[in-house]
Design a protein around this ligand. Structure first.
Ligand code: GDP
Ligand code: MG
Length: 405
């Protein structure tokens, strides 16, 4: 018998890119397209997400969280993003954080659209950006690949409709579906304490429907939803798949990435929240996780286990040398996948990506910066650093042979 498909749901989009390449300006320009919808103007408090109606279709934009927060959500199993819009200033081209954002998006397995921003600038050179990104696997459609590049000027509001068209097109291809009748699955993307309303959390519903009056457990906190608000601050009574809502009525301010569960009563909600806090306390007492190779080797559906690597080096030249040496390694019982390669110290972002992707961090002539050591310790991430390329390659060769425990 045919399985009935769940109804379509709107795409959830996150904008990422290098600092100052125009993420905020682009989101503002996109939001401006919906101003006409509202009779009374005025700025409403941002809830961390906004819904744009484009030609009768909804698109949900998550306020650009930075790739670290994006991957932190993924590490917690709270992937709400379907499509990443990678913003690259066409005059400046690909920069270190462009590459980081791209690798975080790739590791998350989401669809990527490139917005070539600042096209109004005299130095804009979209071909150069396409060349740079094609070398990293984002082959433009016009070159026979499947990545859509959209030239825009966020500041002039040009190309915004083309970008929205591209999002709708990709969303159709992805065939995104969500069942409003399914058991509730929703995640916190942002939270705050309001003087009058108390703790508020913005959630994005993945499946099912969240309603006013629901009893919910939100990680270690809980409550009865007394009111819900949409992205414009207007009261709503329910939110279905993909939709964001700010909820009021929980006891405390939850962390981003926390799962929202519905239960039958306030008593049950309280009991589960309490047991969640006990669990969390136990976890915190076990400060340092023990690293094991099995944890790093993702053996999921692949025939061979895969060694995920994050490579950091002191210069572009040394990074290239290490990458080339590693690519020449003979594959043994283990496959190698370099999910991110970058120049510079080992950063919090690298650690978060390593956690979410179960990767090993390898540094060549670089080490973690001060505060990052603490994060490495907390998350139990394995970091190996080298000063001699030969040693590095040798160790990786041994890992690939599956010899090292
Ligand atoms: P973000 O750090 O990626 O959020 O970048 P912003 O949105 O804050 O933009 C950084 C700077 O670039 C600001 O001064 C913007 O006014 C400017 N900017 C953004 N988009 C454009 C554009 O399309 N054209 C030009 N000329 N400037 C832009
Ligand atoms: Mg910004």
């Amino acid at each position: 018998s045919e399985k009935e498909l769940a109804p379509k749901r709107p795409p959830v989009v996150t904008v990422m890119g290098h600092v100052d390449h125009g993420k905020t300006t682009l989101l503002d320009a996109i939001r401006r397209t919906r101003v006409a919808e509202r009779e009374v103007g005025g700025i409403t408090q941002s809830i961390g997400a906004s819904v744009v109606n484009y030609k009768g279709q909804k698109i949900v934009f998550i306020d650009t969280p930075g790739h670290e927060a994006f991957t932190e959500m993924r590490a917690r199993g709270a992937m709400v993003t379907d499509i990443v819009v990678l913003v690259v200033a066409a005059d400046e081209g690909v920069m270190p954080q462009t590459i980081e954002a791209l690798n975080h998006a790739k590791a998350a397995g989401v669809a990527i659209i490139v917005a070539l921003n600042k096209m109004d600038r005299p130095g804009a050179n979209p071909d150069r950006v396409m060349n740079q990104l094609a070398a990293m696997g984002l082959i433009p459609e016009s070159w026979g690949g499947d990545t859509i590049y959209v030239p825009v000027s966020a500041i002039k509001g040009e190309g915004i409709e083309d970008l929205l068209e591209a999002i709708i097109l990709i969303a159709d291809l992805l065939d995104l579906r969500g069942d409003p009748e399914a058991p509730l699955k929703a995640y916190v993307i942002e939270s705050r304490l309001d003087k009058g309303k108390g703790p508020l959390a913005t959630v994005v519903v993945r499946e099912g429907t969240l309603r006013v009056g629901d009893f919910v457990v939100v990680g270690t906190t809980y409550g009865k939803i007394r009111a819900m608000f949409d992205d414009k601050g207007d009261p709503i009574s329910s939110a279905g798949p993909s939709m964001p809502a700010e909820i009021m009525g929980i006891q405390d301010v939850p962390e981003a990435g926390t799962l929202v569960q519905r239960v039958d009563s306030l008593e049950e909600a309280e009991r589960i929240a309490k047991s969640n806090s006990d669990l969390q306390r136990d976890k915190q007492q076990k400060t340092r996780k023990e690293f094991s190779l099995e944890e790093i080797l993702s053996s999921s559906e692949e025939e061979k286990p895969v060694l995920n690597l994050i490579l950091k080096a002191d210069t572009a030249g040394s990074l290239e040398a290490v990458q080339n040496a590693l690519l020449k390694l003979e594959k043994g019982e283990v496959d190698m996948n370099i999910i991110h390669a970058g120049v510079g110290a080992i950063s919090d972002g690298d650690v978060i990506l390593a956690e979410a992707s179960k990767a090993l961090i390898v540094g060549f002539n670089v080490r973690p910066v001060g505060k990052t050591n603490k994060l490495i310790e907390e998350k139990g991430i394995k970091v190996l650093t080298y000063r001699i390329i030969y040693d590095l390659v040798d160790d990786m060769a041994n890992l690939l042979k599956g010899l090292v425990k």
